[in-house]
Design a protein around this ligand. Structure first.
Ligand SMILES: Nc1ncnc2c1ncn2[C@@H]1O[C@H](COP(=O)(O)OP(=O)(O)OP(=O)(O)O)[C@@H](O)[C@H]1O
Length: 245
């Protein structure tokens, strides 16, 4: 079996109490192989964001464990979790989450500054070359296109060479050309830089660039599609949206 970088064991997350309780994740078990590109799909409210947030240490599950290599995130203190997220996990959001007043290189170095370390020029140059933005290192977000801003966000997430990059609808705010270019970049990161990426998407065309699609329904993984095509992913989504899991 391929070396796994992330393991979710009996992961559950519920919100609220008693009669208003929502079971966003129910007893999810999952291994993510190192160096793979995995998409998470499912109807609205099926638990995709909750899965990403619990797996990346942004949220704590109600029960179960999250093993990044051999560290169980659920046993860490807030301080330890913050440090781990800063150094070993990358996260990219749909709306980039860049600081408007900072330049590209300042945004990329920010997580390290916040962790009390001076980001190295060499590290920043390396990730800027990966995302093709060497010439925009002194620009501010308002002076860049959405696609360029998302590349800055990816560079920021990758600067510490995290074990896993999580992406929540990373192309959701982009036009189709910029979205396609961004997906090519993510695919290249997996193929050439051996990154591991876990990405939530609603779009079967986006899912088709990955190695494996996990389908969630009602907080559980109900299907897995290896080497997905857009057609196969769309067909499975249509079934799930019709409630026939
Ligand atoms: N903070 C919260 N408090 C209460 N319920 C929540 C909270 N966050 C999520 N939920 C509920 O948990 C379930 C799963 O939500 P989640 O956002 O993970 O779904 P999703 O598949 O990402 O949805 P979408 O595709 O619409 O973004 C939903 O029923 C949602 O309403």
């Amino acid at each position: 079996m391929a070396d796994r970088v992330l393991r979710l064991e009996s992961l559950s997350r519920s919100y609220g109490k008693q009669e208003t309780k929502v079971h966003a994740l129910r007893d999810v078990n999952l291994d993510i192989p190192r160096g793979s590109f995995v998409a998470v799909m499912g109807p609205s409210g099926s638990g995709k964001s909750t899965l990403l947030h619990c797996a990346s240490g942004l949220d704590r599950p109600t029960s179960g464990s999250v093993l990044l290599d051999d560290v169980d995130l659920t046993t860490l203190s807030e301080l330890e979790l913050t440090e781990l997220r800063r150094t070993r996990i990358g996260f990219v959001f749909q709306d980039y989450n860049l600081i408007p007043a900072l330049t590209t290189e300042q945004n990329i170095g920010l997580p390290q500054w916040l962790g009390g370390r001076k980001p190295s020029k060499g590290d920043i140059s390396r990730v800027l070359s990966w995302v093709g933005l060497e010439s925009l290192r002194h620009r501010r977000p308002s002076e860049m296109s959405g696609g360029q801003q998302q590349r800055v966000a990816i560079a920021r997430a990758l600067v510490t060479e995290p074990e896993v990059l999580f992406a929540d609808e990373p192309t959701g705010a982009l036009d189709s050309n910029s979205g396609r270019e961004l997906l090519q970049l993510l695919r290249w990161m997996v193929d050439e830089q051996h990154s591991t990426i876990v990405m939530v998407t609603h779009d079967p065309v986006v899912a088709a660039v990955t190695d494996r699609v996990l389908f969630l329904a009602d907080g559980q993984i109900v299907d897995v599609l290896d080497l997905p095509t857009a057609e196969a992913a769309a067909a499975r989504m249509a079934q799930l949206e019709a409630g026939a899991s």
